[in-house]
Design a protein around this ligand. Structure first.
Ligand code: SF4
Length: 196
């Protein structure tokens, strides 16, 4: 996939951008770029697929609630570096995330010196409406299914039913039009399907 257009548009918004053909190359890059610091990681199938926690934990202080338990969320929120993915990315350079607990989206906005979004090609959509549709109707139902939530979307993982369930995982939507002021934000684009 040609990333030229989205890269140009992301850079025009103030994001740093790096591009990789494979997840393995992206993981090696992040493993060398992030060293001797504190790292928080948001819930992310992408990060899990890349084995990034294991790599980074060998030479950083890493906090990830998926591996270390829910109590490390507060430590993750105060780490110098934060890593997550996105539920959707528009060709125009808007980064879309839906969250339930809010820790992941909050950390993309505030509290860290540097934020990395690792985004596979499957997250890219031509327009805002299509990227939001993807986040709501592909990523969220599959996440609800993965988490075993009692929501209508989790039965088949087919689409969003805009449920009012107590188990609803879609509680907030954050769209980054650019990096938050004072937060160095890098988009790591990977030309492979990654995450949900
Ligand atoms: S709003 Fe409800 S139905 Fe829609 S994706 Fe989220 S959890 Fe599923």
């Amino acid at each position: 996939m040609a990333f030229e257009t989205v890269k140009k548009n992301l850079e025009a918004r103030g994001f740093s951008v790096s591009t990789f053909s494979t997840a393995a190359e992206a993981a090696a890059y992040l493993d060398s770029a992030i060293d001797g610091t504190t790292v928080g990681i948001g819930g992310s199938m992408t990060v899990q697929q890349m084995g990034l926690h294991e790599k980074l934990a060998a030479h950083n202080e890493v906090h990830w609630h998926w591996t270390d338990g829910p109590e490390v969320r507060a430590k993750a929120a105060h780490a110098d570096v934060y890593i997550t993915s996105a539920n959707g990315l528009t060709e125009n350079g808007e980064v879309i995330n839906i969250d339930g607990a809010g820790n992941r989206v909050a950390s993309t906005l505030y509290g860290h010196k540097r934020v990395y979004f690792i985004i596979g090609r499957n997250k890219l959509a031509p327009t805002y409406d299509e990227a939001l549709w993807r986040a709501r109707n592909i990523a969220a139902p599959k996440n609800a299914q993965r988490l075993g939530k009692k929501t209508p979307c989790a039965v088949k993982g087919d689409r969003c039913y805009d449920c009012k369930s107590p188990d609803r995982i879609c509680r907030g939507l954050v769209v980054l039009w650019g990096p938050s002021m004072g937060v160095e934000t890098e988009i790591v684009l990977v030309d492979e399907d990654l995450g949900l």
